[in-house]
Design a binder for this molecule. Structure first.
Ligand code: 6PG
Length: 248
């Protein structure tokens, strides 16, 4: 496991920025584009802003396709829309063609048509052999205090897996219906970066990394052929001391 502990979110973002550059460069060289799915929430916003400043004018954006790891079923100008947040902190500062932004506005959709179209959009770009799910080059994830990741909450993780790329999610302890990349799709990714900060997350981070708590969605992230990076600040990492978990 690639577990790193940093002083603060700023140093996490610097590290994530270098990973982004490497993964984007490798992906574009390998198959001509870089497909990335981004999470909402508050933790990655510092990274997104840093990315927009450091690489805003870079030529990589014409070959970069940005998807969302999950979205709340709210209008795209709603204060809790992940698209609105990611647009404001990242996308609006980039020289990126509109067609490279893969996000849906829920206005003209039911949650089911929203899910279906989003799934088709992913499969149109990222080709996969028959019966297999597409592999994102990179998925950026957060972790909630209850162990959820993207919009995969503990109660849904008990449902049978579907082999769908995108699922609908109806959390009982969080606001809004949502769509989310499925666990199966997340586990098909080539690279996953978790960004987690704050002492409130320390307990769940330990439970996930100790690997004993299999009912936590974030603990089930274990890509078949990809690499996972856990980028933690020292507060989120503080319960790892003495567990024998190797921190880089
Ligand atoms: C969302 C996210 C979600 C998030 C965690 C952590 O849209 O809400 O994708 O999975 O990453 O809830 O959120 P914070 O970064 O705000 O703690």
């Amino acid at each position: 496991m690639n577990i790193y502990s940093f002083n603060n979110i700023d140093t996490i973002s610097d590290f994530a920025l270098n990973l982004w550059k490497k993964i984007a460069g490798d992906s574009i060289r390998d198959h001509g584009f870089f497909a990335v799915a981004l999470s909402g929430g508050s933790t990655p916003l510092n990274f997104y802003r840093k990315l927009s400043v450091a690489l805003g004018n870079s030529p990589i954006w014409s070959s970069t396709h940005i998807f969302l790891a999950d979205e709340r079923f709210v209008p795209s100008d709603h204060k809790d829309s992940n698209l609105k947040s990611i647009r404001g902190n990242l996308i609006s500062h980039l020289k990126i063609p509109d067609e490279n932004i893969h996000a849906l506005a829920c206005e003209n959709h039911t949650i089911e048509s929203f899910q279906k179209e989003y799934e088709e959009d992913i499969k149109d770009l990222i080709k996969a052999p028959e019966g297999e799910l597409p592999s994102f080059d990179l998925i950026v994830l957060g972790i909630g205090e209850d162990g959820h990741t993207a919009s995969l909450f503990p109660e849904e993780i008990r449902l049978p897996s579907t082999n769908r790329a995108v699922i609908t999610s109806f959390p009982t302890n969080a606001a809004y219906k949502r769509i989310s990349l499925s666990m199966e799709l997340i586990n098909s990714a080539n690279n996953i970066i978790f960004i987690v900060t704050g002492s409130k997350k320390a307990k769940v981070v330990r439970e996930i990394l100790e690997g004993k708590e299999k009912s936590l969605p974030a603990a089930l992230v274990n890509p078949v052929h990809g690499i996972v990076y856990y980028l933690l600040d020292k507060d989120a990492a503080r319960e790892l001391e003495g567990t024998g978990i190797n921190i880089l």
